[in-house]
Design a protein around this ligand. Structure first.
Ligand code: SF4
Ligand code: SF4
Length: 180
């Protein structure tokens, strides 16, 4: 007796099946077509109407803004070996060695007229340690130390990030980076 009541209860809650009329059939087709068309229109808008957000690197290269803090360059010819950059560096990754110039040596100046009283023997930055904070460039009195917009300087070893700014190959960057 209880099983009969259960069956009766289930059959009474089953939803009524909707009958498909010709009108509904056409409406379903129209809904299918119109939603597909709407999707294609959005796709078309992105293909033809929106500026691409990616570039075909390396064939195409972005130019970084001039004030980017990317690879450091010291134009050693205009460095007065004042150590201010090394003192300001929070990670101590700037290594400088300099000695006082002979008193009878030729008097030389930087391009902004600052006398150069020390001979620079070593100017190295371990850019693997550098956090690109920019403090060293901010304090440089002759503005010979700058961040460049160079961003392609990947290396296979950490040692490759240690730049000796007195080395001829790095001094060559000057022709590209420094506007006299
Ligand atoms: S930018 Fe690099 S080298 Fe210059 S102060 Fe900051 S951490 Fe030191
Ligand atoms: S602050 Fe500038 S001038 Fe002084 S040692 Fe550093 S790079 Fe040279």
């Amino acid at each position: 007796m209880s099983a009969e009541i259960e069956i009766h209860h289930l059959s009474s809650t089953r939803p009524q099946e909707e009958s498909l009329t010709l009108g509904k059939w056409f409406r379903n087709i129209w809904t299918g077509l119109s939603t597909a068309l709407k999707g294609m229109m959005i796709t078309g808008k992105y293909i033809y109407g929106v500026k691409p957000v990616t570039i075909e690197y390396p064939e195409v290269r972005e130019q970084l803004p001039a004030n980017s803090r990317s690879r450091l360059f010291n134009d050693a010819e205009n460095c007065i070996s004042c150590y201010q950059c090394a003192t300001a560096c929070p990670v101590d990754c700037i290594y400088i060695t300099a000695t006082r110039r002979d008193s009878d040596a030729e008097k030389i100046k930087t391009k902004d007229g600052t006398p150069i009283r020390l001979d620079l023997h070593q100017y190295t930055i371990d850019t693997a340690l550098c956090c690109y904070c920019g403090l060293c460039t901010t304090v440089c009195p002759t503005e010979c130390l700058t961040h460049t917009t160079d961003y392609e300087f990947a290396q296979y070893t950490l040692g490759g990030f240690k730049y000796d700014y007195l080395a001829p190959d790095i001094r060559e960057w000057r022709t590209r980076l420094v506007k006299d």
